[in-house]
Structures are given as structure tokens and as C-alpha cells.
Ligand binder design. Structure first.
Ligand SMILES: *Cc1c(COP(=O)(O)O)cnc(C)c1O
Length: 588
């Protein structure tokens, strides 16, 4: 028996033909019954507000009828919605959502808690804490010490990371500027901005600093232009501001974040990629030294676990190794954030080495294990957690990485990170539905369970099987390697073709597929200035010629749970591959 014969995910999804219809009907009814009963049983002496006489009036009935008709209209409109639940949908990072997630979302929705404060979310806040705990366990952070919160998505979770990294850098910088000003202690701008909290507090003690006095030297709490002038006055060169080091394969939310936090685009230093489109660690080390040489403090280093374009995993473990070396050799404490919006749930494989060894390379397995060593993590339960929108999460391994925004001493004054979140989240009002959906999935399916690991593994295998058959059927299908997780990208090219010709053919095929009612894919464009090495490797693979600055690819995301081991999966795969051949207009 292979490991996936033991896996059963069928009870956890409605099924493409609503096979589990009875089960969900029953559970929604169960939830509604609780909700009705709850209201009836509270404040028993209160009279009803709506009586039978009202309900029977024609005006009342007409209004109820109007609601029904409008609902019917909405339901009919939604029949034209993108059918993302079927294996025929391999477009973007969305697929069937799980039954526990739908039920958790629905159940919390009826009570409408606002997780901004425990005062309006007595239960919602607790569910959030426990749901975050489940994600901490999944990625390998200690769930007793760690923390975090649910966000509306990966974008917001990435902003939460920038906010905190800047808070930390800003504290350390303010202290150093204060000490220059008041005690004439010379300034090494790069090093002070990575001094570490232990050094920070040691100096606060040593020089008897009142934290409030640092405000005048803060980029965030004071006047940033004035602070830049103080820095310039105390160093031999103008101050050009801090930088954020991030690989060229990043999601566009990082540009948005830097813009919002007032860092110019120049502050985003792009870490070059290797020929697999992954962060190149040697290049990262060079950039850190360059930042030091140019006195540009580092806000944070980002690596990506599961890139949006191709699903590859940056060598997160080796990035952390490099940062650990800088820390031990030079005392630089540099924030490492892992954007695991897409790949975070692949950490389920960390808990099942036999499943992992069937589908992961050693490098991938090490990268996934390395995530637990980072300073903070972005996850998107609404991607591979099979949770409804909108649900992202921001995670930290301990309280000191969670503090933000207030000029408070993270170690000395314990911030309450557990319950009321309003002061430490970018968003104000926050739904508890994402937390409840995650919680219920964790309680039933379980994120570290063999079933969940099997589900993730099945998406990898579905992708690999599709890739094998597609590339064996058509010689002109050029798969981007490594298609290492569950995303497949390919271009259309015959031997020796120019890249511009291949791009036109690939786009032509994409546009035809986009018009097909039978299935959906997406497309992506890799630019040469970021993906140069990967583009060269790809084009060399068919002896082609690079005559343009980008590579256009058809992108297929295999998240659907029903790809493997089902007659449906086999049928859909064969049908899609045949149609790709017909639409391509290429000779087979
Ligand atoms: C999807 C994604 C994001 C953004 O997440 P949203 O939930 O769409 O806001 C960020 N980073 C990566 C790597 C992603 O794949």
C-alpha cells in the first residue's frame, strides 16, 4: 500500500457533482438550528418584536417576496460565475473550498464577531487565537510562544511584516541618534539599525534612556526629513534611507507595501534569481555587503516559499543560514520574512517525511523546514488552506517580533498580543469568519494530518502527471523547469525558434483557451531583467534564440483535490490535453 492509499479527502469537499450534498445540507441546518435556538433562549422575558399578525399582512409578505426574488436573481447571476471548483479550472490560485471551511465561515458569519476587539468578539477572539495556534504548529513555530493574526489576505500580511520590521529598525536608529546627540557616541548607521533588541535594552539601561525621549529621533513618530538631516550631519555622506532586499520573483504586493510605507521604489533592492527562478543566496550576501558599504540600513530580507508565478520555493533555509552567519560574525540582526502566502500549507509535508520524500527534492524539503526559522511569515489560508476568501495570516515566532506602532518597550511592558488586536493590526474591523473556517478545518481535517499532507501531495502529483502526458504528447510543449510543486508553466516552441515567435504562439494558444468553455488556464510573463538565467535555460532547452526581453508562459495551477485517483481526473486531463493540441494549430 503506498502512502496515498491511506489518504481520504473525499469527506472534506462537496464534490464536483455535489456528491456530499446531503451532508452539507444537514450541517447547515444544524448550524441554523443552533442560531435560532440561541436567540430564543437568551433574555427569555423579552417579548418578540415581530408577531404573527404582522407576518400575515400583505405588505409584509410582498416585502419578503421581494427578498426571495432578489435572492433568486443573485443565485441565477452566480450561475455564470467562474467554475473554480472543478479540475477543469487550473487558472489561478483558487480551487474547491473545503466543507469544514464553508461551515466554519458560515457559522461565525451568523454571529458577526468583530475581531478588532474581544469586547465585540468574546468567542471570535479566542477562535482566532486557537486558529493562529494551529497555523503556528503547521509551520513549525512554537504555538505557546508564537503569535499573529488573520488578515484579509497575503497582501495585508506582507504589510504587517514591513510595518513591524520598520518599527524595529526605527527604534534602534532612534536610540543611536539620541546617543550621538546627547552622549557623542559615534554613529555607524548600518550597524545600529541591526543592533538587536538585547543590545537596544542594554544601552537603554546603560545610558538611562527614557523611551519617550526617542520620539524626536524617530522616522515614524517624529519628522523623517529632520531625522535624515541629523543622520547626514553625523556621517560623511547624505542619508539615502533604508532598503528592503527581496527576490525578483516577488509578488506585486511588495511594491504596494513599500509605496504605502513611504519607501521609494529605489528602496526595493531586487535579489537576483538563479536559473530556476529562485533567490540566489550568494547574490543576497553581496547585496547585504553593498548596503553596508553604502550605509543603507536593511529594513528586512524577504524570501518566497511558493512563488506566485511558478510555485518554486526559494532556499529559505540557506537564506537564514546566511543571515545567521552575518549575525554571529558581524553582530547584524537582520529581519527575515518568508512570504509563504502560497506555499505555507506545503509545510504539512514537514510532518510526514514518507509522503514528503516521494514528492520533494532535498532542497525543497530543507526550504520548507527552514520556514520555521524566519522572523515572520505570511500565509494565505484562502489559497492552499482551501478556506473561503478573504483569509490571510501573519505569524511570528515570539512576542518581540509582534510589537508595532506604539513607542513601547516590547520586552519590559508586556503587550497583550493575545486578545484585543486593534492597536497591532493594520486593518480595523476584522471578520472572525476566516479564523473560524481555519479553526474548523484544523479541528476536523487537521493541518498536520496524514490526510492534509496527502491532499497537498496529490496536487503535486496531479501537476506532474499532467506535465508528463502533455510533454510526451506534443513535442512543441516546452515545460518551464523545475515545475517543482503544483504549478506548471509552458511555452509553445519548435526546435530552434526565436523567442519572439514562441511568445506569439504561446499567446495565441492562451487566447484560444480563454475562449473555450471547457477549461481555464492563466498566463504569466517573465521579464529578462529578473528571470534572465531562467529564460536562457528555458530557451536553450529547445535550441531557441533569445531576441526579446521576456518569456510568455501558459500557467496551470493544480490545486483541485480531485486530480488524482479519480476517473474524473483522468477524463479531464485527456480532454484538456486533446483540446490544447487542437487549439494550438501546431502539427503534433
Ligand atoms: C497571493 C500572494 C500574495 C498576495 O496575497 P493576496 O491574498 O492576494 O493578498 C502575496 N505573496 C505571494 C507569494 C502570493 O502568492
Amino acid at each position: 500500500m503506498s502512502s496515498d492509499d491511506k489518504v481520504s479527502i473525499e469527506p472534506y469537499f462537496l464534490g464536483p457533482k455535489s456528491e456530499n450534498e446531503y451532508s452539507i445540507r444537514e450541517k447547515i441546518q444544524q448550524t441554523l438550528d443552533h442560531w435560532f435556538q440561541w436567540r430564543k433562549s437568551l433574555f427569555e422575558d423579552d417579548p418578540p418584536a415581530i408577531n404573527k399578525q404582522m407576518r400575515e399582512s400583505s405588505d409584509y409578505k410582498a416585502k419578503q417576496q421581494k427578498i426571495s426574488e432578489s435572492l433568486e436573481l443573485l443565485n441565477e447571476l452566480l450561475e455564470a460565475e467562474t467554475p473554480t471548483y472543478t479540475p477543469r479550472y487550473i487558472g489561478h490560485m483558487v480551487s474547491e473550498i473545503s466543507l469544514p471551511a464553508i461551515l466554519g465561515h458560515f457559522s461565525a458569519l451568523l454571529h458577526n464577531p468583530n475581531n478588532t476587539s474581544a469586547e465585540v468578539a468574546r468567542v471570535g477572539s479566542q477562535i482566532e487565537k486557537e486558529g493562529i495556534g494551529m497555523l503556528l504548529d503547521l509551520v513549525g513555530y512554537n504555538s505557546e510562544l508564537g503569535g499573529g493574526h488573520f488578515t484579509s489576505g497575503g497582501t495585508l500580511a506582507n504589510f504587517e511584516a514591513i510595518w513591524r520590521a520598520r518599527f524595529r529598525l526605527d527604534h534602534w536608529l532612534s536610540l543611536a541618534l539620541y546617543l550621538v546627540d546627547k552622549k557623542n557616541i559615534p554613529l555607524d548607521i548600518f550597524s545600529v539599525c541591526s543592533m538587536g533588541w538585547d543590545t537596544f535594552y542594554a544601552k537603554v539601561q546603560e545610558y538611562q534612556v527614557e523611551l519617550n525621549d526617542l520620539r524626536a529621533y524617530s522616522l515614524a513618530a517624529g519628522n523623517p526629513w529632520r531625522v535624515a538631516n541629523i543622520i547626514a550631519r553625523n556621517s560623511s555622506r547624505p542619508f539615502l534611507g533604508p532598503v528592503l532586499l527581496i527576490p525578483g520573483n516577488k509578488h506585486f504586493s511588495w511594491q504596494k507595501g513599500c509605496n504605502l510605507f513611504g519607501f521609494g521604489e529605489e528602496a526595493l533592492w531586487s535579489i537576483p534569481l538563479d536559473k530556476h527562478g529562485r533567490l540566489n543566496v550568494e547574490e543576497l550576501e553581496k547585496l547585504i555587503l553593498k548596503a553596508h558599504a553604502e550605509s543603507r540600513p536593511i529594513i528586512m530580507v524577504v524570501s518566497v516559499a511558493g512563488t506566485t508565478e511558478t510555485g518554486v520555493l526559494d532556499p529559505v533555509d540557506r537564506v537564514q543560514d546566511a543571515l545567521d552567519r552575518f549575525k554571529s560574525e558581524r553582530g547584524w540582526d537582520i529581519w527575515h520574512h518568508v512570504d509563504a502566502a502560497y506555499g505555507g500549507f506545503m509545510c504539512a509535508l514537514n510532518h510526514h517525511s514518507s509522503v514528503a520524500s516521494e514528492i520533494l527534492s532535498e532542497g525543497q524539503a530543507a526550504a520548507l523546514r527552514g520556514i520555521a526559522r524566519a522572523s515572520s511569515i505570511t500565509m494565505d489560508p484562502h489559497k492552499m488552506g482551501y478556506i473561503p476568501y478573504s483569509c490571510g495570516a501573519f505569524l511570528v515566532p515570539d512576542e518581540k517580533n509582534y510589537v508595532v506602532s506604539q513607542f513601547k518597550a516590547p520586552y519590559l511592558q508586556r503587550q497583550d498580543i493575545k486578545m484585543s488586536k486593534w492597536s497591532s493590526t493594520i486593518e480595523g474591523s476584522r471578520t472572525a469568519s476566516g479564523a473560524a473556517a481555519t479553526w474548523l478545518t484544523g479541528k476536523s481535517l487537521g493541518f498536520s494530518s496524514a490526510d492534509f499532507a496527502g491532499l497537498i501531495a496529490s496536487t503535486f502529483k496531479g501537476c506532474q502527471d499532467f506535465k508528463k502526458e502533455l510533454s510526451q504528447t506534443y513535442s512543441w510543449v516546452r515545460v518551464l523547469e523545475p515545475s517543482a510543486t503544483n504549478i506548471l508553466c509552458f511555452s509553445v516552441a519548435t526546435n530552434g525558434q526565436k523567442l519572439s515567435v514562441a511568445n506569439a504562439q504561446t499567446l495565441g494558444l492562451f487566447e484560444k483557451i480563454a475562449l473555450s468553455p471547457n477549461f481555464s488556464v492563466s498566463k504569466t510573463v517573465m521579464a529578462n531583467f529578473e528571470y534572465g538565467a531562467a529564460i536562457s535555460a528555458h530557451v536553450e532547452g529547445y535550441g531557441g534564440e533569445i531576441d526579446t526581453d521576456h518569456l510568455l508562459l501558459i500557467r496551470c495551477v493544480f490545486m483541485n483535490p480531485f486530480w488524482r485517483k479519480s476517473a474524473l481526473g483522468l477524463k479531464v486531463r485527456a480532454a484538456m490535453i486533446a483540446e490544447i493540441g487542437e487549439l494550438s494549430g501546431m502539427n503534433c
